[in-house]
Design a protein around this ligand. Structure first.
Ligand SMILES: *Cc1c(COP(=O)(O)O)cnc(C)c1O
Length: 388
């Protein structure tokens, strides 16, 4: 069965009225702390860890389980657990598997808050991070130490969109029994399934394309058999829960993910190809473009490109002009995050620990939404004309 058929047909339905199931297309929302037992025996079983049903709200209510199982299906994973945000999914994954004295490798182009967590928090726990410049990802072996426990990859990297050679990383990690984690938010499991390629753990910011409507914060972690049970126990202990309402909202997004993602890709490709030809633009950072330095690697690994890309203006375009350009746009909301149906734009300076390439440059990041692409192009055209 194809992904989209499986996801659309996955629904939990538990109501019985008059001896007949109440079959709604979408599952009902559960709100509960207490779950009532059928009998005292069931409660005593629950106390001894022998009860097979759900015994309490923190034990993951049906809406949460339905969402987890649906994402699990797309990731071809052993288990999936969800978290109240993408960054919380990343932090818990690192905390669950690391201990004082460990060393980790993290791509230097990862999502900013992931870096901050490693530098400011893991360092305090005596867990050392080495940031690997994305262009050195095929030399990963050189960075591995005796105590290297985990490698954290984001490909393409947030903001600058370098694609790394995943096979080389996995080969190096496997030979040293190092856990590999990938932040797969850009591609989603529709365009890349990390576990199918041998990565141990796939993390998604569900906030972005999976939920897709800018109205929910959520993250997911999907693990292979080797690490699934351990993480399941960690999550039970950590008591992480998500509201039924948020789970239903994310599930609705998930059902149309493939359809939306393909349209985001078309819009992004159209805009990126056009922007690339504009005189005042120095670079367009979008792996599906032939001009992208890692275009071949992208083609090798990914089934498609999503709707997020970056642009860098030529040096003659001052910060003031960049501000004028962004303020002039009518169809691109100015804001963080991405992956929703509305087009967004943001700007920021690249900050690198280990690599001079692109360090300090301003990248404008465009999240191509689902509007008509010619309308979006006209809006960008008006913006560009105002600063030439
Ligand atoms: C947004 C983002 C996250 C964090 O997701 P939140 O749900 O906003 O916390 C993690 N990784 C990447 C690549 C992101 O873009």
């Amino acid at each position: 069965m194809k992904d989209k058929t499986a996801v659309i047909n996955k629904a939990f339905n538990h109501f019985d009225i008059g001896g007949k199931k109440v079959h709604t297309v979408n599952s009902p929302e559960y709100r509960a702390s207490t779950i009532l037992f059928e009998s005292c025996e069931d409660m005593l079983d629950a106390g001894q860890g022998k009860y097979t049903g759900i015994y309490y709200g923190t034990n993951r209510l049906p809406n949460q389980r339905e969402l987890e199982e649906s994402i699990n299906l797309l990731e071809n994973a052993s288990i999936t657990r969800i978290f109240p945000s993408g960054i919380s999914a990343i932090r818990h994954t690192l905390l669950a598997f690391l201990k004082p004295g460990d060393h980790i490798l993290v791509w230097d182009n990862v999502y900013g808050p992931t870096k901050t967590f490693c530098k400011n928090f893991l360092a305090k726990l005596n867990i050392e991070t080495t940031f690997v410049p994305p262009e050195k990802s095929s030399d990963i072996k050189k960075y591995i130490r005796k105590n290297t426990k985990l490698i954290f990859i984001e490909s393409p990297g947030s903001i600058t969109f370098e694609v790394s050679d995943i096979q080389k990383t996995i080969a190096a990690a496997e030979s040293k029994k190092i856990i590999t984690v990938m932040d797969n938010t850009w591609a989603t499991p529709i365009f890349f399934k990390p576990l199918d390629h041998g990565i141990d753990i796939s993390v998604e910011s569900v906030t972005k394309y999976i939920s897709g409507h800018c109205d929910v914060l959520m993250g997911s972690v999907s693990l292979n058999e080797k690490y699934g049970d351990f993480f399941d126990k960690y999550c039970s202990m950590a008591g992480i829960t998500n509201s039924g309402h948020d789970c239903i909202t994310a599930l609705k997004g998930l059902k149309t993910l493939e359809l939306r993602l393909k349209e985001h890709e078309k819009n992004a490709f159209f805009l990126a190809s056009w922007l690339e030809k504009q005189e005042i633009i120095d670079q367009v950072l979008y792996p599906p473009l032939k001009s992208h330095p890692n275009h071949d690697l992208w083609k090798k690994y990914f089934k498609g490109g999503s709707g997020l890309f970056g642009i860098i203006f030529k040096d003659k375009i001052t910060q003031e002009k960049i501000t004028t350009f962004i303020n002039r746009l009518k169809l691109f909301g100015i804001g963080f995050s991405w992956g929703g149906y509305k087009s967004l734009i943001s700007a920021g300076k690249i900050s690198r620990e280990e690599s001079e390439k692109l360090n300090g440059k301003t990248v404008i990041r465009i999240s191509a939404g689902l509007e008509d692409r010619n309308d979006l192009k006209k809006d960008l055209e008006t913006g560009l004309k105002s600063i030439i």
